[in-house]
Design a binder for this molecule. Structure first.
Ligand code: S3P
Length: 166
């Protein structure tokens, strides 16, 4: 396993960006966020891309971003909730670095996610639950699973650092 690149995977609201920046500070590695990179590339927000061009367009841009990041080492990559659900992305990530699943319960997800339209897939709550369950088997293929429900970001960071040094 290549441990000089960490991918944070998991559902929306798991805390991938928050934990990613704390982990980045601890390791002195930059945090790259695939959603942000997609938005920069497309000059549009994720919600705009979904509504104007459709989810397949978003997924293609997401894949392109992931591929472009392959040469980068000593970085943390915060992925979008759907990134690791695609088998091709999963294979690519598992070969390229350490996949860390920030596991979160659906209850927490619902508490945390505002229905402000920023996350196009979070607006429909029944759909959200379905998506949550459908993705669990994909996330399970990560190298490391961390339960995030009752832990602070600094505890999660300590856990990852311990695991990396084991
Ligand atoms: C998505 C999650 C979002 C973003 C897009 C689709 C998903 O990322 O990539 O709205 O399919 O779960 P976050 O997990 O960072 O919210």
């Amino acid at each position: 396993m290549r441990t000089d690149k960490l991918y944070l995977v998991g559902f929306m609201g798991a805390g991938k960006s928050t934990v990613g920046s704390a982990l980045g500070r601890a390791l002195g590695w930059p945090l790259l966020d695939t959603d942000t990179l997609v938005e920069e590339r497309e000059h549009a927000t994720a919600a705009e891309i979904f509504s104007r061009l459709g989810e397949p367009h978003f997924r293609a841009a997401e894949r392109a971003v992931l591929t472009e990041l392959l040469p980068r080492r000593r970085v943390i990559v915060a992925t979008g909730g759907g990134t690791y659900a695609a088998p091709e992305n999963r294979a690519l990530i598992n070969q390229d670095g350490v996949a860390i699943w920030l596991d979160v319960s659906l209850t927490r997800v619902i508490e945390r996610l505002p229905s402000d339209g920023r996350r196009p897939l979070a607006a429909d709550r029944a759909g959200l639950a379905q998506l949550f369950h459908a993705r669990q088997s994909a996330y399970r293929q990560a190298h490391l699973r961390i339960d995030t429900d009752d832990a602070r970001p600094d505890e999660l960071v300590a856990h990852v650092l311990d695991w990396l040094q084991r």
